[in-house]
Design a binder for this molecule. Structure first.
Ligand code: HEC
Length: 286
């Protein structure tokens, strides 16, 4: 067997293994919602990022930090693009120890980073800055039929599905409910034995999460007047968290397109150069 075939075989078995592993994963319900930033021409929707920030600020920030996001990032032109005064005002909602005298507090400045609420344990609730890239909604090459190869890892879809995935306690768990809240998108939480059948299969998707349901219709009053349905809130926070995890996505896509255009131009030039160089030789031949 030559080296190429060996490599090919190794790759194919790796894919098959990954598929098998995917099948063994806990079943969850991940909704494949459409985001504005998908595809090669997709863009973040500035108004949506602003609404997403509003939700983070009014709801999630009570429990979750965003340690890799500075207030000044909110002014980014390819991000929420809040005007400078607003960035200033947002920063000033938080207090930080003074550099010259840490026993005193000063109002937050644009260069400060979103703080992590201190009254919880280490790492819980988890930091949200990179969450949209740390979790995968889609698995396996085949698995659920929606696969990572074509749809990406599904981080924002996961966040959307987690936010909207709360459901009534399933019947099998009513007399035996674990601590937490039943959520159809959450894979790694507690799960009662009474919901596992005689073959060892889980009878219901998801598991129990320590975070209660956060989003309800009309939870926030959107500054831009958009109706705040649960669906809209979940789309907006998922988009915002995708931006915090990948703020340079727009620049990256633009650079990619620019490079492709240049490569096409270069290919055409090379074609004609090639023709011209060999023209005298061909003439002699004929
Ligand atoms: C009352 C506190 C609280 C609030 C408010 C809150 N969360 Fe959470 N969140 C938690 C806790 C606790 C966990 C850890 C849950 C666990 O591991 O069982 C968590 C976990 C998460 C996770 C990780 C799930 C995973 O796959 O591990 C995400 C994503 C998340 N929260 C998003 C949000 C968003 C978005 C908001 C705002 C809309 C929000 N949370 C508001 C307490 C909170």
């Amino acid at each position: 067997m030559n080296a190429f075939r060996k490599t090919l075989l190794a790759a194919v078995s790796a894919i098959a293994l990954a598929g098998a592993a995917g099948a063994a994963e806990v079943e969850t319900v991940i909704k494949d919602v459409r985001f504005t930033f998908e595809g090669p021409f997709g863009q973040y929707d500035q108004a949506q990022l602003q609404r997403g920030f509003q939700i983070y600020n009014e709801v999630c920030a009570a429990c979750h930090g965003m340690r890799y996001v500075a207030f000044r990032h909110l002014g980014a032109e390819t991000g929420p693009f809040f005007p400078e005064e607003q960035v200033q005002a947002i920063a000033a909602q938080w207090e930080f120890p003074r550099e010259d005298d840490p026993s005193e507090m000063r109002p937050g400045q644009p260069f400060d980073y979103f703080p992590t609420p201190e009254y919880f344990g280490d790492g819980v609730p988890p930091d949200l800055s990179l969450m949209a890239k740390a979790r995968a909604g889609f698995h396996g090459p085949q698995g659920t039929g929606i696969n990572q190869l074509f749809r990406g890892i599904g981080g924002p879809e996961y966040i959307y599905s987690l936010m909207t995935g709360y459901a009534d306690t399933p019947e099998c768990a009513i007399d035996n409910e674990p601590n937490g809240y039943y959520n159809k998108a959450f894979a790694v939480g507690a799960f009662p034995d009474s919901c596992i059948d005689e073959h060892g299969h889980r009878m219901v998707p998801g598991s129990w999460i320590a975070m209660p349901q956060q989003l309800y219709d009309d939870l926030v009053d959107y500054a831009d007047g958009t109706p705040a349905t649960e669906h809209q809130l979940a789309m907006d926070i998922a988009s915002f968290l995708m931006w915090t995890a990948e703020p340079k996505m727009m620049e990256r896509k633009e650079a990619g397109l620019r490079n492709i255009v240049w490569l096409v131009v270069l290919a055409v030039l090379l074609y004609f150069t090639n023709k011209r160089i060999w023209a005298p030789v061909k003439r002699e031949d004929g």
